[in-house]
Design a protein around this ligand. Structure first.
Ligand SMILES: C[S@@+](CC[C@H](N)C(=O)[O-])C[C@H]1O[C@@H](n2cnc3c(N)ncnc32)[C@H](O)[C@@H]1O
Length: 358
């Protein structure tokens, strides 16, 4: 085995003390690769530990998040002084390739696990093999059930440093067909890919926000951002309540952006992105968000706080950031410090709606 590159930076950066760029499941995946592997692909490499360490094998790297793609590229270059032979692909890209070994870091969401398995099934050689790594505390029978929909043979390694690997062989001839899901709010019927946030029904926090949205519209609202848009439900309802000249839908997930595109036909712009860097300072009238507060299995509010800071930068003076958030996340001091005024518009025991004025 060559040197193991362990300097893996996270993108977006996290201030959470226990979040490092890789874990024992990644290390186990790196150890298990057979010596005679002619083609390898890497799925859902969180920040690029696997891609960095295997860059010399010219892997195909497949992910869903724009931030993941950036982290993978950056960490390869930082550690090795060169990048991947070809840049990371996204799950919906149409590129054709065949692989004899697929390494998958199992995501938290079973729906996303199946999305990756579907892609692997399509690109794996008939006698190919899949190694899917996870931390044992996150094991569920659902993992085996999902894997069993795509592969005939499923085995597991022994646990090592609390991580294990599922070994999948023999592709099934018939696999599930993932049709669009439809999620409804009043007369809004939104299509989304499996694996996009709030599968099957609208999220409770989003619902609370939407039920209050008509009282939250700022006086100026020609240029609006739905930040972390998922299927675009917040933008869709806002668009119905008031005339908006241009509404920007932004999400780190390509599956989310592709879903949101299904649900708009006018005045919308879509951004597969994890920052607001593409907007000029003081150019936007209203930012609305149900922000992310998890990174996979861990609660991490630093990404949401960074998005609030970026929203502040792009808002015009006097413009508004509207947030719905779980009541226990403690955003109030940060928002009070960042904005001239912060009002709790409505709250329940579970959620708060904040109206923050620049
Ligand atoms: C709580 S969900 C809300 C989704 C949707 N707005 C709704 O209410 O159903 C947060 C969304 O933010 C996205 N996300 C996570 N980090 C992001 C980032 N740095 N920039 C943009 N979107 C991000 C996630 O992919 C997810 O779709």
């Amino acid at each position: 085995m060559e040197t193991i590159y362990r300097h893996i930076e996270r993108i977006p950066e996290s201030k959470h003390p226990s979040l490092q760029g890789y874990n024992a499941a990644d290390e186990l995946l790196l150890e298990i690769i057979p010596d005679l592997t002619d083609s390898i692909s890497i799925y859902n490499d969180q920040f690029g530990f696997l891609s960095t360490n295997l860059a010399h094998m010219q892997p195909n790297v497949v992910c869903d998040l724009k931030s993941q793609a950036s982290a993978i590229t950056k960490n390869c270059e930082l550690n090795r002084g060169f990048g991947l032979a070809s840049p990371p692909l996204f799950l919906l890209d149409q590129t054709e390739f065949k692989t004899s070994v697929a390494l998958l870091k199992i995501p938290k969401s079973l729906a996303m696990f199946e999305k990756y398995l579907e892609h692997i099934h399509q690109h794996l050689e008939d006698d190919g093999i899949v190694y899917a790594g996870f931390m044992t505390r996150y094991f569920s029978q659902g993992l085996l059930m999902s894997a069993g929909r795509y592969f005939e043979e499923i085995a597991q390694t022994k646990a090592q440093k609390k991580a294990r690997i599922l070994i999948l062989k023999k592709k099934k001839t018939t696999i599930p067909v993932h049709n669009w899901e439809t999620i409804s709010y009043e007369n809004h019927h939104l299509r989304q890919h499996q694996g996009v946030f709030s599968s099957k029904k609208i999220d409770k926090a989003t619902l609370f926000l939407l039920d209050n949205l008509n009282q939250l519209i700022p006086e100026k609202h020609s240029n609006v951002i739905d930040l972390g848009c998922g299927n675009g439900v917040i933008a869709s309802v806002a668009n119905d309540l008031v005339k908006i000249d241009e509404i920007h839908l932004i999400d780190d997930s390509q599956l989310a952006i592709d879903s949101a595109k299904q649900n708009f036909d006018t005045n919308a712009k879509f951004h597969h992105a994890y920052t607001l860097d593409m907007f000029e300072e003081e150019s936007i009238d209203w930012v609305i968000t149900n922000p992310p507060f998890h990174f996979e299995h861990t609660i991490d509010t630093s990404i949401a706080k960074s998005l609030f800071d970026q929203a502040h930068r792009v808002l015009k003076p006097g413009a508004v950031l509207t947030i719905v958030a779980n009541a226990n996340l403690g955003y109030e001091p940060t928002l009070k410090q960042m904005f001239s005024e912060m009002i709790v518009h409505n709250s329940t025991s579970q959620f708060n709606i904040f109206q923050c004025i620049k």
